[in-house]
Design a protein around this ligand. Sequence first.
Ligand code: MG
Ligand code: MG
Length: 282
Amino acid sequence: MFRRSIYKSPAQLRSMVEPGLITAAALDEVRTLVRPGITTGELDAAASRVITGRGAESNFQLVRGYRHTTCISVNDQVVHGIPGERVLQPGDIVSIDCGAQYQGWNGDSAITIVVPDAAQPELVARREELSRVTEGSMWAGIAAMATATHIGQLGDAIQTYIEAQGPSSVSGDAYGILREYVGHGIGRKMHEAPSVFNYRTPDAGAEIRPGLVLAIEPMVTAGGEATFVEDDDWTVTTVDGSDGSHWEHSIARHEAGIWVLTAADGGAAGLAPFGVVPVPIP
Ligand code: MG
Ligand code: MG
């Protein structure tokens, strides 16, 4: 049986730069709009305008049965929330996942934002800490990709980072890592082999070498790891009602190093604390 290699050529890696930057631009736009009173549907429309305005299409709409440009997950929703009429409230923790396909190549990225709320500083601090831990664990996994030999080392780096942060200094809660949802290869399709676990596994996993492009996307809760899918058949929500956060980037490993395709700076700022300097794709 023919299987497409999970390793891409230098020319193919270069083709993934533009869809990554378009994905980043869409999330940058959404980031500026998040505020109390805006609906998740309005944020979705803004992301759609950026993507189509740059001659790309939403790859989320290429997923069977999904008709939106983003997934927007609020509070106890961790991933796969459907944008619509929901109005954002002060203090909400909001994860926004988005992707663009451009000339047949894909980008995939997610951010978490806490809506400002001067009246609930403890709530905001707790949720910002959850987002910071989740984002940091993503960067730990990305940094590991610069030197790791196998994918299993990325999950180890992510879990190790999260364990070193918890329990929360604000709430005392330990952090949970979703087990049923994982990162993935990305290229001609948004979701490709191999899977990228956000936790330690007994298997070493696929070899990491030049040409590998991964979407690394830890999904972390401020409580338990158990989730259920809501009646809309999409939204993934925590069983214990704890808050969730989701961060994601698409990253290329190439001959000279790693480059974060969905960050305008290639990941320089996020990788700096880990002593890793991203290298543009040659
Ligand atoms: Mg995504
Ligand atoms: Mg993804």
